[in-house]
Design a protein around this ligand. Structure first.
Ligand code: FAD
Length: 637
């Protein structure tokens, strides 16, 4: 029996990014004892990398903006597959969540008359992204950490113990959720530095573990994004939705190879940067799809005028939703009009004075100068698509963030539904705040309603410890497998075969490869000890990466249409019959290493009448079936 450190809390929040920290604050404010556990250092979560801003219809830059416009933009961006209730809550509550951050000490950039400044981003009708230069995520995390410290100081004043109600467990990876009679009973993990095991006994767990980008070779995501929360939830019996929808951000760095995939913020285009091909042509005018026809500028002159006069001009197609721009870049490169290193050009140098570029986009200036020796104030950047965000995630109740397993909650990128088939830039930071808060509230209400606390059985703890240690045991038969080799093969297959453009033969080949990796993963063997051992950490993460990759590939094969972040070369159009169908992934067996994945279609709830009436009938006709539109007032009038 392994030695296991034990702690008891009311709520365990797994993940210290924006969603996790907001959940911690809320649960603590309800008086509960909360543990926050994170795989990396506290303050190093992915959220700090967010550059462009946080979308909220405060109407500071254009007073026509309001929650209804934001809701419409979000639904359009997601091609009407979004969970509309989540999109509604998000659009209604985001402004309050941004204001609230300022009460915690955040300081957003200002307009000349002192209001929070808001910038343009793809798919947003009005300038809507509250920002702090191009380091918005950093400010979000900094402020929420500051709020947590202030709550800890209050707790000290009351109890003499700073950690009486909130304790941070940094560099701890959760490997398993434990249950008691079908309810969540806690979370099991290990300290990355020492390898020692730790058990958190708690009736409620909030998963806020972020995304899955590390399952793809070229990604803007950091090492942490191995789909842990997605896989933990599935192994505990919860379901995932929308896993076929993976966002490839149109502008990642393409050169040099060591930095391929690193993000170039959409703020560059929001602030005036334009995409050009090798012939110097602004090609995005050629790629406005049918569903957005009439909404975007048709000439360069109109597009340029829009930056200063949005009332009388239509927006530039450089700011179409991300899926459209990524596909356009892909097509230009395929047609031989790409840049020398397989991307296209993004030009801000000829559009803004050098000092303005350095002021508005300081991180981008340094990123290109230091990593690629490119001065973006003097020459164009080379950019191409990079795996950036997963729309798919844990299926939750929109109001409480509860997953289908009692006691399990999820928020942020690891939850699903809010963004439908494609997320608009800036809608993640606001999502984290809105649903992080709701998850904290949901977990608190759940814990308060319990009549008895669940208990953790020793056999579950032993099984979790045994599973975590299994890579140290050489296989009974077959050859030993190296975790880095398997990771590399998995990433390459997902990138090449289930990437930005998909077709059935390729997805089937990916599934064959994943099945092969599934058989080899049992023989993954690592050397050395439990003290900081990256090979062992990867061996543990690989189980999760494989499981989420299977979800993506299986769902991608079943959805025979192209929508948002899922483009099928063999089924190129939107299909209205697919619009209200969710593909639900669940574990189909109890395989302790990597359970098999089952994908089942399920109907989305029809949109509430007052929300559907926010859209004009001709727009809905592009997405909905005739039957679905029967009760729209435009039809019944
Ligand atoms: P994260 O911030 O990633 O936090 C995840 C946490 O979970 C981490 O603390 C991690 O250590 C922990 N964790 C993971 N697995 C485990 C485990 N097994 N055990 C314990 N802990 C675990 N969105 C916008 O809205 N606007 C932007 O401008 C923007 N810019 C972006 C720029 C970049 C470069 C990238 C990559 C993304 C950007 N996004 C942006 C997207 C946005 O940043 C993310 O979607 C968001 O930050 C995710 O937040 P989160 O709280 O869900 O997860």
């Amino acid at each position: 029996m392994s030695q296991v450190e034990r702690h008891s809390y009311d709520v365990v929040v797994v993940g210290a990014g924006g969603a996790g920290l907001r959940a911690v604050i809320e649960a603590r404010q309800r008086g509960l004892r909360v543990a926050v556990v994170c795989k990396s250092l506290f303050g190093k979560a992915h959220t700090v990398m967010a550059e462009g801003g946080c979308a909220a219809s405060m109407g500071n830059a254009n007073s026509n903006d309001n929650w209804q416009v934001h809701f419409r933009d979000t639904m359009r961006g997601g091609k009407f597959l979004n969970n509309w209730r989540m999109a509604e809550l998000h659009a209604r509550e985001a402004p309050d969540r941004v204001w609230e951050l300022e009460t915690y000490g955040a300081l957003f950039d200002r307009t000349e008359d002192g209001r929070i400044s808001q910038r343009n981003f793809g798919g947003h009708t009005y300038p809507r992204l509250a920002h702090v230069g191009d380091r918005t995520g950093l400010e979000l995390i900094r402020t929420m950490q500051q709020k947590i410290v202030s709550l800890q100081q209050e707790d000290f004043a009351e109890t003499g113990d700073y950690e009486a109600r909130i304790k941070v467990f940094a560099e701890v990876t959760i490997t398993e959720l434990v249950k008691d009679d079908g309810r969540i009973a806690g979370a099991f993990g290990y300290y990355r530095e020492t390898g020692r095991f730790v058990l958190f006994e708690a009736p409620a767990v909030v998963l806020a573990t972020g995304g899955i980008g590390k399952s793809f070779k070229v990604t803007s995501n950091s090492w942490e994004y191995t789909g842990d929360g997605h896989a933990l939830a599935m192994r505990a019996g919860a379901t995932l939705i929308n896993m076929e929808f993976v966002q490839f951000h149109p502008t990642g760095m393409v050169w040099p190879p060591s930095v391929k995939g690193i993000l170039v913020t959409e703020g560059v285009r929001g602030d005036g940067g334009v995409l050009k091909n090798s012939e110097g042509k602004r090609f995005m005018f050629e790629y406005v799809p049918e569903v957005f026809k009439g909404q975007y500028a048709e000439t360069e002159e109109e597009a340029d005028r829009w930056y200063t006069d949005q009332e009388n001009n239509r927006r530039t197609p450089d700011l179409l939703p991300r899926d459209e721009v990524a596909r356009a870049i892909n097509s230009e490169v395929k047609a031989g009009r790409g840049s020398p290193h397989g991307g296209v050009y993004l030009d801000i140098a000829s559009r803004l004075p050098a000092e303005e570029i350095k002021k508005r986009l300081p991180s981008m200036y340094h990123q290109f100068k230091e990593l690629a020796d490119v001065d973006i104030t003097a020459e164009p950047m080379e950019v191409g698509p990079t795996c950036h965000y997963v729309m798919g995630g844990i299926e939750v109740d929109p109001d409480t963030a509860a997953a289908s397993v009692p006691g399990l909650f999820a928020a942020g990128e690891c939850s699903g539904g809010m963004h439908g088939s494609n997320r608009l830039g800036g809608n993640s930071l606001s999502d984290l705040l809105v649903f992080g808060r709701r998850a904290g509230l949901g977990a608190a209400s759940y814990v308060e309603s319990l009549e008895s606390r669940p208990t953790v059985s020793q056999s579950d703890v032993d099984a979790a410890a045994e599973m975590a240690l299994s890579p140290f045991d050489p296989p009974a038969e077959g050859v030993e497998e190296n975790p880095y080799t398997l990771q590399n093969e998995l990433q390459q297959s997902m990138n090449d075969l289930v990437g930005i453009i998909r077709k059935s033969e390729e997805i089937e080949r990916a599934l064959e490869k994943l099945a092969e990796i599934r058989s080899r993963i049992r023989n993954v063997t690592v050397e050395g000890h439990r003290q900081f051992n990256p090979g062992w950490h990867l061996a543990i993460d690989l189980r999760n990466m494989l499981m989420v990759s299977e979800c993506v590939a299986r769902a991608a094969l079943i959805r025979t249409e192209s929508r948002g972040g899922h483009t099928r070369d063999d089924h190129p159009g939107l299909d209205a019959q697919w619009r209200n169908k969710l593909l639900v992934c669940s574990a189909k067996d109890d395989d302790p290493v990597v359970p098999g994945v089952e994908v089942t279609p399920k109907e989305q709830l029809p949109m509430r009448q007052d929300l559907i009436e926010l859209f004009e009938l001709p727009e809905l006709e592009k997405y909905y079936t005739e039957d679905e539109l029967g009760s729209h007032p435009g039809r019944t009038a």
